[in-house]
Design a protein around this ligand. Structure first.
Ligand code: HEC
Ligand code: HEC
Ligand code: HEC
Ligand code: HEC
Ligand code: HEC
Length: 242
């Protein structure tokens, strides 16, 4: 009869140890990859402003001509991705306006009026604001929560060439997610980059209230009205990395 050994590890330890070792082995690799990406990413590049194939001016179109952002970025309030306008959107005007402009040649090429090799291909716009693939970002969620394009992209309506206005890094996202209230405005003012929060007449109209009913703290009011998620959820790693 064999004696019982003085101490035996319970069976489950084996599995648990393996699991722990595997996690420890993978974690540094995982972090290094992430950090490498983070350091290289263009996300930190405030001021990044590549020359575009067509010198399209937001200052002219969105500023002086007053064309609404939604006219060209049509999906921004419905989709994660804020699509760029197709060639046809430009031609709605430029079939008639400045139809021979040298600057608009890539647009005409895309429409099939130039070399056959370029016909039907979109204008090769260069991406300015760019998050690494391991970050989940969704435009619609922010637009519907009343966060303005202005807050994240700056005064686009005054830019002759778009540049990255904000760092777009994790600390920047979290600064707002910890306390979103002060960054909210009525949804229908999201694309009005000249919105003035002190215009009581306008604000009352936006909120469908009488001036005497206006909330003392607009941020708090909108957090409730738009049912903004809790800071706990908005700062959870899984919300932006999944
Ligand atoms: C007439 C069409 C048009 C209108 C109106 C317009 N845009 Fe754009 N937008 C474009 C085109 C084309 C590009 C790609 C070329 C470029 O970057 O300039 C672009 C690019 C951008 C980019 C950079 C995208 C990237 O690659 O990161 C941002 C941000 C942007 N627009 C915001 C806005 C905002 C905010 C408004 C409203 C104030 C607006 N746009 C109105 C056509 C338009
Ligand atoms: C709602 C009408 C409208 C739309 C849509 C529009 N534009 Fe324009 N665009 C204009 C007007 C008006 C001018 C000024 C023309 C002038 O000064 O003779 C202009 C000027 C330009 C110029 C300068 C042309 C030159 O030779 O001086 C470029 C480049 C241009 N637009 C590109 C675009 C692109 C690219 C798009 C699509 C993303 C677009 N536009 C969409 C109305 C429009
Ligand atoms: C909460 C911040 C935030 C708001 C609000 C916001 N954007 Fe963006 N936008 C971003 C970020 C971040 C990116 C880069 C996304 C990526 O690379 O995945 C981006 C990218 C873009 C792009 C390039 C295409 C794309 O989706 O990557 C366009 C165009 C754009 N934004 C337009 C707009 C317009 C127009 C509005 C307002 C109607 C707006 N954005 C509001 C943060 C924002
Ligand atoms: C200026 C404020 C602000 C900034 C900056 C901001 N957010 Fe948000 N974000 C919000 C608000 C407000 C909500 C809550 C929306 C709701 O609850 O309806 C939100 C919600 C989200 C959600 C959850 C919605 C969904 O679709 O799952 C994600 C993911 C997110 N943000 C990612 C980001 C990332 C990534 C960045 C930085 C690149 C960022 N946000 C920058 C205000 C902001
Ligand atoms: C609101 C969105 C958001 C939340 C919540 C969030 N992150 Fe991030 N995270 C980002 C963005 C955006 C980047 C990209 C930074 C860059 O490219 O500069 C990033 C990058 C990273 C990186 C790469 C290294 C770096 O700093 O650039 C790591 C690691 C990381 N996040 C871990 C986490 C962990 C762990 C949590 C939870 C405690 C978390 N993140 C929560 C948005 C978020």
């Amino acid at each position: 009869m064999s004696e019982k050994p003085p101490f035996v590890f319970p069976k489950w330890i084996n599995k648990a140890t393996l699991g722990l070792l595997a996690t420890l082995a993978i974690a540094p690799v995982y972090l290094i990859i992430l950090l490498g990406y983070g350091a290289n990413a263009r996300t930190l590049n405030v001021g990044f402003s590549p020359k575009q194939p067509v010198p399209f001016s937001h200052a002219l179109h969105a500023g002086k001509l007053g064309i609404n952002c939604y006219y060209c970025h049509t999906d921004v309030m419905r989709a994660a991705f804020a699509a760029l306008p197709p060639t046809q959107t430009c031609l709605n005007c430029h079939a008639e306006i400045a139809p021979k402009s040298k600057e608009l040649e890539p647009v005409r090429d895309s429409d099939g009026l130039g070399p056959a090799s370029k016909a039907g291909l979109p204008v090769p716009w260069i991406k300015v604001n760019d998050e690494p693939d391991y970050v989940y970002f969704n435009h619609a969620a922010h637009i519907n929560a009343g966060v303005s394009c202005l807050t994240c992209h700056g005064r686009v309506n005054e830019m002759t060439q778009v540049y990255q206005a904000k760092p777009l890094n994790m600390a920047w996202c979290l600064a707002c997610h910890r306390n979103p209230g002060p960054n909210l405005r009525p949804r229908n003012e999201v694309t009005n980059l000249n919105w003035n929060p002190n215009n009581k007449v306008q604000l009352a109209r936006d909120l469908g209230l009488k001036e005497s009913q206006l909330p003392k703290n607009l941020g708090k009011y909108l957090v409730k009205k738009y049912k903004i998620a809790s800071t706990k959820l908005l700062t959870d790693c899984q919300t932006c990395h999944h």
